[in-house]
Design a protein around this ligand. Structure first.
Ligand SMILES: NC(=O)c1ccc[n+]([C@@H]2O[C@H](COP(=O)([O-])OP(=O)(O)OC[C@H]3O[C@@H](n4cnc5c(N)ncnc54)[C@H](OP(=O)(O)O)[C@@H]3O)[C@@H](O)[C@H]2O)c1
Length: 193
C-alpha cells in the first residue's frame, strides 16, 4: 500500500448508561464485557488494516498480534518504534500528523479502527466514517473514563451528532442482556455545483 488517499476510519466503543468506557482507575470492569460485543468488535477489527489506541488500551483478541497499530503516548516527541512490537509505532499527535504516522508505519491510506480511550476517540471525531457505539443498560460508572471528552455533561450521541454523524437503526447484540449497538455514519456531503 503506497498511495496517499485517505482510508476509512471506524470507531468502536462499549459504554455504560452514563457514557463511561472504564472506571476512574482506567479499568474496564466485567460489567462492560459481553461475548456478543466482543464478537462484533473482533469481526470489525479483522476488517481494518491498522488499530489506533492510547497507551492504556489494547484489544485482547486472537488476531491482535497480527495487526499493525499506532499507540498514542506523550512520552515521545513525535514518532518512535514500539520497544517490543515490530508491527506497532508510538505516536504523539503533537509532533506528527495522522498521515505522517500512517506513512511511517508503512500503511498510508490504510483502513483504520480507532478503539480509544477518551482523548483518542476525541481526536478523530471530525474524521470517522463510522462509529459503532454499544450501550450496556443498568450499569453506571460515576466519575469513570468517558467515551468522549465532554461526556457526561453531554451525551455521547449528542457529541457524535455535533460532529456530523447520523445514526443507523439500532441493532440488538444480546437480547437477554439488553445490549444495543448503533452505527453512526458521516452524513453525505451535498454535491458541489
Ligand atoms: N469500553 C470501551 O469501549 C473501551 C475503549 C477503550 C478503552 N477502554 C478501557 O479504558 C481504559 C483506558 O482508558 P484511558 O483513559 O487510560 O485511555 P487510553 O487512551 O488508553 O490511554 C491514555 C494514554 O494514552 C496516551 N494518549 C492519549 N491521548 C493522547 C494524545 N492526544 N496525545 C498523546 N498521547 C495520548 C497517553 O499516554 P502517556 O501517558 O504515555 O503519555 C495517555 O496517558 C482501559 O481500561 C481500557 O480497557 C474501554
Amino acid at each position: 500500500m503506497a498511495d496517499s488517499r485517505a482510508g476509512r476510519i471506524e470507531g468502536y466503543a462499549i459504554i455504560s448508561e452514563d457514557g463511561m468506557l472504564a472506571t476512574a482507575a482506567r479499568i474496564m470492569p466485567d460489567s462492560l464485557k459481553f461475548d456478543a460485543d466482543q464478537q462484533f468488535f473482533g469481526h470489525g477489527l479483522d476488517g481494518v488494516d491498522v488499530v489506533v489506541h492510547g497507551r492504556h488500551s489494547q484489544e485482547r483478541q486472537p488476531h491482535s498480534h497480527l495487526r499493525h497499530r499506532l499507540m498514542l503516548t506523550r512520552s515521545i516527541p513525535a514518532l518512535a518504534a514500539h520497544p517490543s512490537n515490530e508491527k506497532a509505532l508510538l505516536w504523539n499527535p503533537a509532533g506528527a500528523s495522522f498521515e505522517q504516522a500512517m506513512s511511517a508505519l508503512g500503511m498510508p491510506g490504510a483502513n483504520v479502527g480507532v478503539i480509544g480511550g477518551p482523548d483518542v476517540f476525541g481526536l478523530f471525531l471530525d474524521r470517522y466514517d463510522i462509529f459503532h457505539l454499544t450501550r450496556v443498560p443498568n450499569v453506571r460508572l460515576p466519575g469513570g473514563r468517558p467515551v468522549f471528552p465532554g461526556v457526561p455533561a453531554r451525551t455521547p450521541e449528542d457529541v457524535l451528532a455535533s460532529h456530523g454523524l447520523v445514526p443507523d437503526a439500532q441493532q440488538i447484540l444480546d437480547p437477554a442482556q439488553g445490549l444495543t449497538m448503533v452505527s453512526w455514519r458521516r452524513a453525505a456531503k451535498p454535491a458541489a455545483d
